[in-house]
Design a protein around this ligand. Structure first.
Ligand code: GDP
Ligand code: IMO
Ligand code: MG
Length: 436
């Protein structure tokens, strides 16, 4: 059995899409288990750059089966556009895309709730969501008024449920916030029409996956967002509304934990965050701007500039611990190529104490001061390197030190957005698994 999970180790945008695309030719199936169109996973294939939001990043491997699990939330308008764009790019999905009949649907009412809440929040309580309706949809799921894919087939029942939602608390909240919750009849008609266009892809994906596992098929699990945005383990309340850590795989796909062979954590060589919440190593200076410029750090989904800073070893050690990673992929190393000095945060200081792990208190996390260690830069281009052994000595020292601080070895390094711009450490867990 060889089923690997790709999990973001920071605040998202670590380059999961690239890593999944790269590894997916070794797998039969690629499955998303949580999140929705808040995700923006970039995959560069030759001359083409694709931004994926719902569809797993293994889609560019024609032999891979593509699964969107029950733990995801789907905006059908955006999903259909994504499918059309893929079709125009020559990517065929007939017979290989499987969408869970239990996945929840992001209705216009949920998106409007997201907008009203963010619009009314005070500067200190604004989460800085992607405004895609993610929070209200997961909230509806937990509160048991959500609508699942399977509920869209009966238009009459759907309209009844929507009427109750729009005349009930959610509708009232939107109206009081100055918004328009819309009409049940129109929303039911639209969702039902969209379901008809998607019906042939909708199935019991848990049943399918478990059959495939029994047949010995290999599965790659694709996480969205990052562990520091996990609903339970992230910097609550500045998080997304799903379990982004490896724990979300079982509930989000309907499979048992024993089928997961190992977790690969994806981390950037520095830190970025979009939206609000504590970020101890954030840089508001020229170095921060340099990271943003060199790394093109603007959101794939919203276009917002990402907050940038040095690698946060304390946060990374924490996310590695709770995911129990077998290895680390460190992406965007090339962004550091021209820095004379590179810093790693190895501790937090607060009120005369030193912390070795993030605390649950956001107020405390806003106050911690990073304790840095300084490393010499390598001052040379890594983008054209293709073998681990060719990396400059200071770069290898940086990678080794990050592995030491996190507690798991860096197995793979990214030196550019393309598939070929990837170096695998000889003898590492991943190299062994891939047989390279
Ligand atoms: P994801 O959400 O984790 O899939 O990451 P995003 O796609 O949102 O952001 C990562 C960005 O970095 C994308 O534009 C990728 O094309 C790019 N990228 C990924 N790996 C590398 C790398 O090793 N070097 C460089 N320069 N860019 C990379
Ligand atoms: P990928 O998969 C980075 C952030 C938002 C906000 C918080 C909550 O591309 O790594 P939400 O809309 O989910 O309710 O917003 O989470 N966020 C992401 N940040 N990458 C993502 O996805 C994100 N998805 C959500 O910016 O701070
Ligand atoms: Mg992204």
């Amino acid at each position: 059995m060889f089923n690997i999970a790709i999990i973001g180790g920071q605040w998202g945008d670590e380059g999961k899409g690239k890593v999944v695309d790269l590894l997916s030719d070794r797998f039969d199936v690629v499955a998303r288990f949580q999140g929705g169109p808040n995700a923006g996973h970039t995959v560069v294939v030759g001359e083409m750059t694709h931004a994926l939001h719902h569809i797993p990043s293994g889609v560019f491997r024609p032999d891979a089966q593509i699964v969107i699990g029950n733990g995801t939330v789907l905006d059908l308008t955006k999903l259909l556009i994504e499918l059309e764009e893929l079709d125009e790019a020559g990517v065929k999905l007939e017979g290989r895309l499987f969408i869970s009949d239990r996945a929840h649907v992001i209705l216009p009412v949920m998106q409007r709730l997201d907008a009203v809440r963010e619009g009314q929040a005070s500067p200190s309580s604004k989460i800085g969501t992607t405004l895609r309706g993610i929070g209200p949809t997961y909230e509806a799921k937990a509160a048991r008024w959500g609508i699942r894919m399977a509920d869209l087939s009966d238009r009459g029942q759907l309209q009844d449920r929507l009427e109750r939602i729009l005349s009930g608390l959610p509708g009232r909240e939107i109206r009081e916030g100055g918004g328009d919750p819309g009409l049940a009849e129109e929303q039911a008609r639209q969702a039902h029409e969209q379901w008809k266009r998607l019906e042939r892809f909708v199935t019991d994906t848990s049943l399918l996956l478990n059959d495939w596992i029994d047949e010995g098929k290999k599965i790659l699990f694709e996480g969205a967002q990052g562990t520091l945005l996990d609903l339970d383990h992230g910097s609550y309340p500045f998080v997304t509304s799903s379990n982004t850590m490896a724990g979300g795989i079982c509930t989000g796909l309907g499979i048992g934990p024993s089928v997961i062979s190992g977790v690969l954590g994806v981390y950037k060589a520095y830190a970025t965050r979009v939206g609000s919440g504590p970020m101890p190593t954030e840089l508001d200076d020229a170095d921060g701007q340099r990271l943003r410029d060199r790394g093109h750090e603007y959101g794939t989904t919203t276009g917002r500039p990402r907050r940038c800073g040095w690698f946060d070893g304390v946060a990374a050690r924490y996310t590695n611990r709770i995911n129990r990673c077998r290895g680390i992929c460190l992406t965007l190393l090339d962004v550091l190529d021209s820095f004379e000095e590179i810093r790693i945060c190895r501790g937090y200081r607060i009120d005369g104490r030193e912390l070795t792990s993030p605390t649950a208190s956001v107020a405390e996390m806003e106050r911690v001061e990073p304790v840095y260690e300084s490393h010499a830069g390598w001052n040379s281009e890594t983008t054209n390197l293709r073998r681990w052994e060719d990396l400059p000595a200071p770069a290898i020292a940086y990678l080794d030190r990050i592995g030491e601080i996190i507690g798991t070895q860096v197995n793979l390094v990214g030196v550019g957005p393309e598939r070929t711009q990837t170096l695998v450490r000889p003898g590492s867990w991943l190299a062994e698994k891939l047989g390279t």
